[in-house]
Design a protein around this ligand. Structure first.
Ligand code: CP
Length: 311
């Protein structure tokens, strides 16, 4: 029997239901146990993942590649797609979707344009995964984050969670707030005034009965939170670089902040970090961001396998 995710795309977290999350988390956990016991997986033997990245990435791209390799499959890729793919010659993402469907079994796209993954999926007949479209969405990162919170905190329900940093441009926090909202959290959104969470997201959460506190005071929010999810300022999305220079360093996680935080607070970050988490915090036992990055490979293994019916 194939799973409810077989043949589907993952383009926006709004399309992801609670039963999908449970299935992805269970599958990732199963794969984690197999790998931890020294086992090898061949679920994607003979299958090909197309990696279409038109915007820089280290973590998403490498974890997708690693995931496919650990499942016994292969990858083809357009790295620096904006420079070296047929997009330079005017090929549309719709046509790219049609073309890759002829030789790949599943595709992941990273693109600077919101809606780009949807355009690729409209042309494709294979499952398409959104690996980040502009400042809009990064659904697989949110699933990695959920898996990490479950592992670090032992539950997903009724947590107090601070999302901090560039909430305006950060697609990871956009996706995570929608997805975590399904588990009845209390949210603290911490950012400079200029980088607040889009009103559409905040309002939608409040309409669903979720308490959202917007503040510039990270210490106060951290003193009440189980999880502090920090993000970098998205320099590449600032039209006015003097604004970036003025706002960078507005919120920094260091031991002074940890001392004011709720005991045992979990620190997360989608990476890459710039200066918003002091390196000394890497030694704090609640610093989960490198474990979170490692979880990326496991969760993406589960996603690839489930969408292709190879779980
Ligand atoms: N977390 C994340 O999306 O990182 P990359 O931009 O390196 O893929």
């Amino acid at each position: 029997m194939t799973s409810v995710l077989f043949g589907k795309d993952i383009l926006h977290v709004k399309d992801i239901k609670l039963e999908h999350i449970s299935l992805i988390l269970e599958t990732a956990s199963r794969f984690e146990q197999v790998l931890a016991s020294g086992g090898r997986l061949k679920n994607m033997d003979g299958k090909v993942l197309a990696i279409l990245f038109y915007e820089p990435s280290t973590h998403t791209r490498l974890t997708f590649e690693t995931a496919m390799i650990r499942l016994g499959g292969n990858v083809v890729s357009t790295l620096q797609g904006i420079l070296t793919s047929s997009a330079v010659k005017g090929e549309t993402l719709y046509d790219t979707g049609k073309m890759i469907s002829g030789y790949a079994d599943i595709a992941v796209i990273r693109h600077m344009q919101p809606g780009s993954a949807r355009e690729l999926a409209d042309g494709a007949t294979i499952p398409v995964i959104n690996g980040g479209d502009g400042s809009r969405q990064h659904p697989t990162q949110a699933l990695v984050d959920i898996y990490t919170i479950q592992k670090e905190r032992g539950r997903l329900n009724n947590l107090a969670v601070t999302l901090a940093g560039d909430l305006k441009n950060g697609r990871t926090v956009h996706s995570l707030s929608w997805l975590l909202g399904k588990y009845g959290p209390r949210f603290y959104f911490v950012s400079p005034e200029e980088l607040r969470m889009p009103a559409e997201i905040t309002q939608s959460l409040r309409d669903d009965g979720i308490e959202v506190v917007e503040t510039d005071n990270i210490a106060e929010a951290a003193s009440k939170s189980d999880v502090l999810y920090m993000t970098r300022l998205q320099k590449e999305r600032f039209e006015d670089l003097s604004l970036y220079e003025r706002l960078k360093g507005s919120h920094i996680i260091n031991y002074e902040l940890i001392e004011k935080s709720k005991s045992g607070i979990t620190i997360m970050h989608p990476l890459p970090r710039t200066d918003e988490i002091d390196r000394e915090i890497d030694n704090y036992e609640g610093a989960a961001y490198f474990r979170q990055a490692a979880n990326g490979g496991l969760v993406r293994m589960a996603i690839i396998a489930l969408l292709t019916g190879c779980e």
